[in-house]
Design a binder for this molecule. Structure first.
Ligand code: PEP
Ligand code: MG
Length: 590
């Protein structure tokens, strides 16, 4: 039995067999004799045929489950498997170089990929990833390696991987993936956020773990403590079996709170909303946990979750937004415009950068691609008549960005009017406050906005110069750092001076110690993964606002986060001694 410690990224206990997921293909390179050349060419044609059949099958599945439109992107892949120039190049090089066909394909595809990437025409640039995908599939077929896409898993497993992309996580088959463990990543990385949203227990940041475990090993994930146990003994397995049952019981006991108001003992209402990434998978859980609307719909997952190779059309986006709006006839649904970049790379659309969190991300991407941005805004405004839509914009750093956004909105509205398309004129428009620069000008931004939503996942990383996805600096990532508290206070006060409501939609909103401080600082709304809503409601219903206000005033004078944390913990011992909070004791460090 081995025990490894990591970052508690998503709560819950999972017990099952390990499945080592490796995205890298090891491509052998060896020489072949003259006699083997024709045999290699035959192998190539067989692999081409099988690849084509696989794409056709996938297209038919997508068309059957979604729509003809959704399956269209695979037509290009299918055509490419018949492309004579590609086929000829492989065959000619094989004859000339006399190397194994996997190696030749790899070379040909790699140079084609680079050629496509440099093309002026956007359509061809976007095809670069398709070429890679085809090459990968061909090589998998030739090496008889199973395509281990996480959506294909049909056996109950615990996934172990050095790293997972946001798309990997979004396409996980939740029925069979009980939990996952990675070597890289932090608690507020989007992979972790998604794991919580989907209710999949996860531990991140365990060095070299994919080399220490074998497929088939028994693994327990303790997502509450950030620990995994490999090949546990009988006693440990039994203990965790009990813990799993108790955890599930506690979760069920919270359900009694579902329809009770979220207000403090002295009557201050704090609205609790849900964050959402993939509506089809999360909406039931959001409603089940009694969310009072959506505080953050991360719309970029519409682009990321289906491993799309083309951007969703206006119509597809319109349908997705309408679907969510109609689910909440009595509550606001806050849809955030595209926040691509950072750890949300969309191959062929955004680029891999050396400093992605400081780069071409979020609103910067949208303002420099008004063609893409306008399509999203048109879809949003068209959907606005189906519910209580609020639109918000991510990663604002300056007031001039807001002016640019407003100009584009005006243009979109003008076009819609011209086309006689119905929309709501007065959709509230808000800004995400997630950079220290934005906080420092909240007095100005408040005059240009209908509401604020504080994105602490980013605000903490930019304030403390600490990558939110890097396990090596996770010990520095501290929501209760005095600098963070001061920025929160400034944002809330400046907003309230202009009568703006302030929501907080970072992961801090489900961290119990932070919630106590936030209530005291005067936050109006908290938005979080649905599984945390009832536990946070439990705490809000146990507090007196006036007391937390006094506590927060004290906290703002303290010199470091150790002191702040200790003060809140002691305060909880005195004021909340009869309450057990398990799920939301976030930000456990390694
Ligand atoms: C945040 O930064 O806190 C936030 C909610 O946005 P995201 O996590 O998607 O960057
Ligand atoms: Mg953010």
């Amino acid at each position: 039995m081995e025990i490894y410690e990591g970052i508690a990224a998503s709560p819950g206990i999972a017990i099952g067999e390990a499945f080592i997921y490796n995205q890298e293909l090891l491509i052998p390179k060896y020489s072949i004799s003259e006699m083997q050349v024709e045999l290699e060419i035959d192998r190539f044609y067989v692999a081409l045929r099988k690849t084509k059949e696989e794409y056709e099958k996938l297209r038919n599945k997508i068309v059957a489950e979604m729509s003809e439109d959704e399956g269209k992107f695979l037509d290009t892949h299918i055509l490419m498997t018949e492309d004579q120039s590609l086929i000829q190049e492989v065959v000619e090089r094989l004859r000339e170089e006399k190397k194994n066909v996997e190696w030749i394909i790899y070379q040909v595809v790699d140079s084609l990929f680079k050629k496509f990437r440099q093309m002026e025409d956007e359509y061809f640039r976007d095809r670069a990833v398709d070429v890679l995908d085809i090459g990968r599939k061909l090589i998998q077929k030739l090496l008889s390696q199973k395509n281990s896409s996480l959506s294909d898993i049909s056996k109950d497993v615990i996934v172990i991987s050095s790293d997972l992309t946001v798309s990997d996580t979004a396409s996980m088959n939740k029925k069979h993936v009980f939990g996952f463990v990675t070597e890289l990543g932090g608690r507020t990385s989007h992979v972790a956020i998604l794991a919580r949203a989907l209710g999949i227990p996860a531990v991140l940041g365990i060095k070299d773990i994919s080399h220490k475990i074998n497929t088939g090993d028994m693994v327990i994930i303790d997502g509450l403590r950030g620990r995994i146990i490999v090949n546990p003994n009988e006693e440990t397995t039994m203990d965790y079996g009990h813990e799993k049952t108790n955890y599930e019981k506690l979760e069920n006991s919270y359900l009694a709170l579902k329809d009770l108001p979220s207000e403090t003992l002295d009557g201050k209402k704090i609205i609790l909303k849900a964050n959402m990434e993939i509506p089809e998978q999360e909406i039931d859980s959001v409603i089940f946990h009694g969310a009072e609307g959506i505080g953050l719909y991360r719309s970029e997952f519409l682009y990321l979750s289906k491993k799309r190779k083309v951007l969703p059309t206006e119509e597809q986006q319109f349908n997705a937004y309408k679907f969510v709006l109609e689910k909440f006839p009595n509550h606001n649904v806050t849809i955030r415009t595209l926040d691509l970049g950072g750890d949300k790379v969309l191959e062929g659309v955004t680029e891999r950068e050396s400093n992605p969190y400081l780069g071409w991300r979020a609103i910067r991407f949208c303002l420099s691609r008004p063609d893409i941005f306008k399509i999203q805004l048109r879809a949003l405004y068209r959907a606005s008549i189906f519910g209580n839509l609020q639109i918000m914009f991510p990663m604002i750093t300056g007031a001039e960005e807001v002016d640019q956004i407003n100009q584009i909105i005006d243009q979109v509205k003008k076009d819609l009017r011209k086309e006689n398309i119905n929309f709501k004129e007065d959709v509230p428009v808000g800004l995400m406050i997630e950079t220290p620069g934005a906080v420092l000008i909240t007095d100005l931004l408040a005059k240009k906005s209908d509401f604020f939503s504080i994105g602490t996942n980013d605000l903490i990383q930019y304030t403390l110069a600490c990558d939110r996805g890097n396990e090596k600096v996770a010990y520095l990532y501290e929501p209760l750092h005095p600098a963070v508290l001061k920025l929160l206070k400034m944002t809330i006060d400046n907003a309230h001076k202009e009568n703006l409501k302030v929501s907080l939609c970072g992961e801090m909103s489900s961290d119990i110690e932070s919630v106590i401080a936030l209530v005291g600082l005067g936050i109006d709304e908290l938005s979080m993964g649905p599984i945390s809503i009832l536990e946070v409601k439990e705490i809000i219903r146990s507090l007196k606002y006036e007391e937390t206000k006094k506590l927060s005033e004290e906290l703002l004078k303290m010199k470091d986060y150790f002191e702040i944390k200790k003060r809140i913990q002691n305060w909880m011992k005195t004021n909340l001694k009869n309450h057990i909070f398990i799920k939301s004791s976030n930000f456990k460090k390694k």
